[in-house]
Design a protein around this ligand. Structure first.
Ligand SMILES: Cc1ncc(COP(=O)(O)O)c(C=O)c1O
Length: 399
């Protein structure tokens, strides 16, 4: 056997093996699902060491089972991180990670284009009640972030591309501008996942992902992850997760680790399908603009090409001006695009959306109705046939 570490391998090799320990599990390839509340110890001495920093095994079901630890090891390897913590959902991961690094009286900078509940629930509810001053910044700010830093700024929270409108942030410029300030940088990396974008390698401190999406990949579990680069950040994060009593369910951790085995092939297919559909949509008279960073015409294309290894299946579309009823006629006509808010599973989805309602630093200037498509793993000829039919209904209802 060689002495190579899992992270010495190429990405898809790593995904096929990270976190697994068949020799510890009777040779079984996948980690077993451990259902547990009580964990027992052989001796009083062992019992009393369970709460020490040096101990990283299971101590009580709530704070993690071997299934959760196997999943966390695989996520950490994909990100090239130090350690990860699994959470019961993506939003729980965001709330848990943000709360780890802020306190009453602090100021934080949050990208204007973050996932809606990050803005309304984490910032608008939890942090508002905690007396944390949240300032939303223009996602295109780049190095200009420095001008917004105050004496009490402790955290910069990014998401790239932004939710619904897909602006790509210049992460290296932001990290460069904050160097030496001690400000913690955090990013929601759900769109690209650790497969297509590696924020830790760019100097970001904390990576948050809704594993519910591409990691699980089959629309059947809720899960979140946070990955960090240092032991200090890990200890803070884990202590906060334990304080909230967060528990990532064993079956969902199992599905998360299983999803990781195929995330590479799935994302490559999401990407090729999405590119084909995005190009087709862009050629249509009904479309004012496709928001997808992998299109050379997209304003974020240059930075995306420089920093990302690929694009996933989620994109926004601004339609030409039309009444709401025309958009509804289009969406309701689809057979293959489920109408739903989530994404990242194998199937295509569509939803109506209203970015103007959730932008403050850079008001939304789009004038037509906006929809979001998740392009799944189906054959594109069928997806395009569905979309064509939708446009016929759209046009008929506009007349
Ligand atoms: C970008 C982004 N981050 C986080 C989340 C939250 O994830 P979850 O639904 O697992 O709480 C979502 C969910 O849609 C999302 O789109």
């Amino acid at each position: 056997m060689s002495d190579k570490k899992i992270t010495d391998y190429q990405q898809n090799t790593l995904l096929a093996h990270a976190g697994l320990a068949p020799r510890e599990n009777h040779g079984v390839v996948n980690p077993p699902v451990y259902h547990a509340s009580t964990i027992t110890f052989a001796t009083m001495e062992q019992y009393e060491t369970r709460d020490t920093i040096a101990y990283d095994g299971p101590s009580y079901g709530r704070s993690g089972t071997p299934t959760q630890f196997a999943f966390e090891r695989a996520v950490t390897a994909l990100h090239g991180g130090h350690k990860s913590v699994a959470y019961p959902s993506g939003l729980a991961a965001i709330a848990g990670a943000v709360n780890t690094f802020v306190k009453n009286g602090d100021h934080i900078l949050v990208a204007d284009t973050v996932y809606g509940p990050t803005r309304s629930r984490v910032c608008g509810t939890i942090l508002a009640r905690a007396g944390v001053d949240v300032e939303f910044y223009d996602a295109l700010i780049g190095a200009g972030i420095k001008d917004l830093v105050r004496d009490n700024t402790v955290l910069v929270y990014m998401e790239s591309p932004g939710s619904l409108t897909f602006e790509i942030q210049d992460v290296p410029a932001i990290i460069g501008a904050l160097k030496g300030t001690g400000i913690v940088t955090m990013i929601d990396n759900t769109w690209a996942s650790g497969y297509f974008f590696k924020p830790l390698a760019m100097g970001v401190d904390v990576v948050v992902e809704a594993a519910t999406k591409y990691t699980v990949g089959h629309s059947d579990a809720m899960l979140g992850t946070v990955t960090v680069a240092t032991e200090n950040h890990y200890q803070l994060l884990k202590a906060m997760a334990n304080s909230y009593g967060y528990h990532a369910a064993p079956d969902d951790c199992y599905l998360g680790q299983r999803g990781l085995r195929t995330i590479g092939v799935r994302l490559e297919r999401h990407q090729s399908n999405a590119l084909e559909v995005a190009n087709w949509l862009q050629s249509r008279d009904e479309v004012a603009r496709v928001m997808y960073p992998a299109l050379p015409s997209d304003p974020g294309y240059k930075i995306w090409k420089r920093d990302f290894a690929g694009a996933s299946g989620l994109m926004g579309v601004e339609l030409v001006d039309a009444p709401k009823a025309a958009v509804a006629a289009m969406i309701d006509s689809y057979d293959l695009f489920g109408i739903g808010a989530s994404w990242g599973g194998y199937e295509s989805l569509v939803q109506s959306c209203y970015p103007a309602k959730i932008r403050s630093a850079r008001p939304w200037t789009g004038t037509g109705p906006t929809v979001r498509f998740h392009i799944g793993l189906e054959d594109t000829v069928d997806l395009i046939e569905n979309l064509s039919r939708g446009f016929e209904k759209f046009n008929a209802a506009r007349k």
